[in-house]
Design a protein around this ligand. Structure first.
Ligand code: DHB
Length: 395
């Protein structure tokens, strides 16, 4: 009250009115609630761990208030089980009145939640799951991760142009794997190559042995592999144990397999594997170097592509809230998310206003030991396709 009286004496009532509105607004404004649903336990726990670390880093660097609204972050574990994801999303929307849903570590978890986003008009920011069709399940879905067709077409093209003629595809048997299988085949055959076998492995606790035997029998020039984050190290181990790395069958993959979360523990079997993806911890931009250094200072592990999509998902949400001057609201936030362009640790990204899906550069990389980076294994970028739209959405 004393301060108010002093202000009154100095400036008159108009200024005081403005000052107190500002004061009342900030103090009385509801917190802005962001609810992440992630697999923190179970087979995909590394996805939750990576994204949690990244969103906490984002908030530590950018503060926990936007346009006068305090940001209230909730992270809930769905264990990678779709029924649980749906139940948590329902509780977040109905009981907690959250403003934005985010996360979704696996395709079925995103599919299960889409109707809730639509019914409640809540923006749903997908920071992990990567089946192309996810963004078509609700007009409230926006994606900051990637799509399998987006990262698969460039490696199919690279393979055909680098002397590989016969390929066996080897994918996890669900949404993203089927996207990878289909888009590899269409691009590779368009380029004159031949797919001589299509192997699918179960999503849950796969034993790769019988499938690797089948692959060995087919004797292709190369095997193209997609497995979700968390399965790459087990695959590499079994590939090496069976001597397949020395059998003349070349291994190519999406970067989900040579995942930064596990790559350094894979050992020599991973050396030389050419793969395509949108993020490498070794991406040589100034922004990425800063991001990796800050991430590693706060955590005992290297950021992977899941971490970057979580970090960018937070940036997208912060930007959207700022664009609505702190008002929020499902439709206003969604409108503010569409068409956003910004620099990510992976390079420049765009949220396509029509599809709500991400447009980004896709790099061709090779696994190498990098002397300048402690002789650890990294995906070293050597070629790029710029501003790739999801090919499944290009008519
Ligand atoms: C999906 C999950 C992953 O871990 C990944 O690397 C790619 C796609 C998914 O379920 O959509």
């Amino acid at each position: 009250m004393q301060r108010r009286q002093a202000l009154h004496a100095l400036f008159g009532s108009a200024i005081i009115a403005a000052a107190s509105i500002g004061h009342v607004y900030a103090a009385d404004a509801q917190p802005f609630k962001i609810g992440f649903i992630l697999p923190m336990t179970g087979q995909s726990a590394s996805t939750g761990k990576q994204i949690e670390a990244a969103i906490k880093l984002y908030m530590a660097q950018n503060g926990s208030a936007v346009a006068g609204r305090k940001i209230e972050l909730t992270i809930k574990d769905d264990g990678g089980v779709a029924d649980t994801t749906r139940r948590i999303a329902q509780e977040m929307v109905v009981n907690d009145k959250i403003d934005v849903l985010a996360g979704f570590g696996l395709t079925p978890l995103a599919f299960a939640t889409a109707p809730i986003a639509t019914q409640s008009k809540t923006p749903m920011v997908v920071t992990a799951a990567a089946t192309s069709a996810i963004t078509e399940q609700s007009p409230y879905i926006v994606r900051t991760s990637f799509t399998l067709p987006q990262v698969t077409v460039p490696i199919a093209d690279w393979a055909a142009k680098n002397g590989i003629k016969k390929v066996v595809t080897f994918v996890a048997d669900y949404g993203p794997g089927l996207d990878a299988e289909k888009f590899f085949k269409s691009q590779f055959t368009l380029d004159g190559g031949q797919v001589v076998g299509e192997i699918r492995t179960p999503l849950k606790s796969p034993d790769f042995a019988p499938f690797l035997q089948k692959l060995a029998d087919l004797k292709p020039d190369a095997v193209f592999v997609f497995l979700p984050s968390g399965q790459g190290a087990a695959f590499m181990k079994q590939f090496g144990e069976r001597g397949l790395d020395k059998s003349g069958i070349r291994l190519i993959a999406t970067g989900d397999v040579t995942d930064d979360d596990q790559l350094n523990d894979m050992g020599d079997v991973a050396l030389g594997v050419v793969n395509s993806h949108h993020y490498s911890a070794a991406h040589p931009s100034a922004m990425n170097k800063k991001f990796v250094a800050a991430f590693e200072a706060a955590n005992k592990f290297r950021p992977n592509f899941m971490a970057v999509a979580g970090y960018d998902g937070m940036h997208l949400i912060y930007n959207a809230l700022a664009a609505t001057k702190g008002k929020g609201g499902g439709d206003a936030l969604l409108a503010a998310m569409k068409g956003q362009v910004f620099e990510s640790p992976r390079g420049q990204i765009l949220i396509d206003a029509q599809t709500r899906d991400i447009v980004q550069d896709v790099y061709i990389r090779k696994v190498e030991r990098v002397p300048a980076m402690g002789s650890q294994l990294f995906n070293v970028e050597f070629d790029v396709q710029k501003a790739v739209k999801d090919p499944a959405k290009v008519k």
